[in-house]
Write a protein that binds this ligand. Structure first.
Ligand code: ADP
Length: 405
């Protein structure tokens, strides 16, 4: 009997099974989530009807004994090819690490159909792995509607908030208004709150722009050491005003700090505006969360086929509980050190979103009270690839200017 027939039989059986194993089997037959069980080598040992249906397979014989990667082919949510190094499903299966709700696009059979899915991997007994995946088409559509609502609402509210902020500034300016001392205190609080609201709407607008496809990365070949240095250096004054030492290049006492680092060239293919937003957010955070007398170090280096940027500070650090959440929307670590520092909790979400749109990865290493390092890893170009892309850009520019026909 095929799995489908057994599932039907199980569903329509007049007397429902009562022993635990049969009930578990009934659940696996009936749920809408795809379930695949593989051995340590990734060979499929079990597949449930929902998985067969999502993979467009006629029978279990087309799956059992096959390598999971042949059937579960994925690309990024945006439809970009996923090299093994960035494919978290591949990494989880290889290393037997758990994976939770990884969003990707499933390439269904040979039809070329794409299905948005969220995949989890659970390492199980005897080196087996349980892969579950579910169709998230509806969730994404709802998210899209939410994004559109947030974007329109923030856009509409930004103008009146800017006007409130402007009038409060006028009220607080002795050349344009006269107020008594008590009113001054109230208006200062109102002004700070209006400014915070303005930042919140601006951050919300910025994050939704990429979610709803209003902006797409405009990739250009660049030399990353120079670009990151230029962006990070623009915060020297702010860092010094906050009583912090700032240094570009590896940390003085770091063993991985050969003197030639500053001379190294690291090529990348990135969106320059995204890079500006990413580096600015990370350096601004380093300044915000480092008490006077501390230091900030920014560095870029080549690491095989990746470019690795780090923004390190000697500040308040992030606890182990918080570190897994800080890249989520609106998440702010809540402790006596962060409570006094203004913020919206959207900066790191925006950083992650921008980094991933360029095929990169961002993560933090820290401990509470130990300072923090934020790493951004991006695909790196060899100098030959960089030259090739530069020539393409130059040619395109010449065509635009009418130089080449
Ligand atoms: P915020 O606007 O609150 O700074 P972010 O999304 O940029 O929002 O950061 C989220 C949270 O991560 C912050 O509220 C803070 O708790 C923590 N965080 C970010 N950067 C640092 C850092 N360099 N040092 C310590 N904590 C940080």
């Amino acid at each position: 009997m095929t799995l489908f027939k057994r599932a039907k039989a199980a569903q329509s059986a007049p007397s429902a099974p009562t022993n635990q194993a049969s009930l578990a089997e009934l659940a696996l037959f009936t749920i809408h989530d795809g379930v695949i069980i593989t051995d340590a080598a990734g060979t499929i040992r079990y597949i449930n009807p929902a998985a067969l249906s999502m993979l467009d397979l006629k029978s279990v014989n087309n799956a059992i004994g096959f390598d999971y990667a042949i059937l579960l082919k994925i690309e990024t949510k945006e439809g970009r090819e996923l090299p093994d190094a960035e494919n978290l499903l591949y990494q989880a299966m290889r290393t037997s690490q758990p994976l939770d709700g990884y969003q990707a696009s499933l390439i269904v059979g040979s039809s070329g159909k794409r299905l948005p899915i969220a995949i989890s991997v659970i390492p199980a007994a005897a080196n087996n792995r349980i892969i579950t995946f579910r169709n998230i088409t509806r969730e994404l559509a709802e998210e899209g509607e939410q994004t559109e609502f947030i974007s329109t609402a923030s856009h509409e509210m930004r103008t009146p908030v800017a006007s409130i902020e402007g009038y409060l500034s006028l009220a607080l300016n002795p050349q344009t208004a006269t107020i008594d001392e008590r009113a001054q205190g109230y208006l200062e609080s109102a002004h700070a709150a209006a400014k915070h609201l303005g930042h919140l709407f601006q951050d919300l607008l910025d994050t939704t722009k990429l979610d709803d496809g209003r902006i797409r990365p405009q990739f250009v070949p660049v030399e990353l050491v120079g670009l990151v240095k230029q962006i990070a250096d623009s915060f020297i004054v702010a860092a010094n005003q906050a009583g912090l030492k700032y240094q570009f290049g590896a940390r003085d006492n770091s063993p991985a700090a050969p003197a030639h680092h500053l001379d190294q060239v690291v090529y990348g293919f990135v969106d320059v505006n995204f890079m500006r937003e990413i580096i600015s957010n990370l350096v601004e955070n380093a300044i915000k969360y480092t008490p006077e007398g501390g230091a900030i170090y920014v560095n870029v280096r080549g690491d095989g086929d990746r470019a690795l940027i780090n923004v390190t500070d000697t500040g308040i650090g992030i606890s182990a509980d918080d570190i897994s959440h800080i890249f989520q929307k609106f998440y702010r670590a809540d402790n006596s050190d962060t409570r006094t520092v203004g913020g919206t909790g959207l900066g790191l979400y925006l950083v992650k979103q921008r980094v991933e749109a360029m095929g990169g990865r961002v993560w933090a290493e820290s401990g509470f009270g130990e300072g923090s390092t934020f790493f951004v890893s991006l695909p790196r170009l060899t100098s030959a690839e960089y030259e090739k892309r530069m020539i393409a850009v130059r040619n395109a520019n010449m065509v635009k200017q009418g130089g080449l026909q």
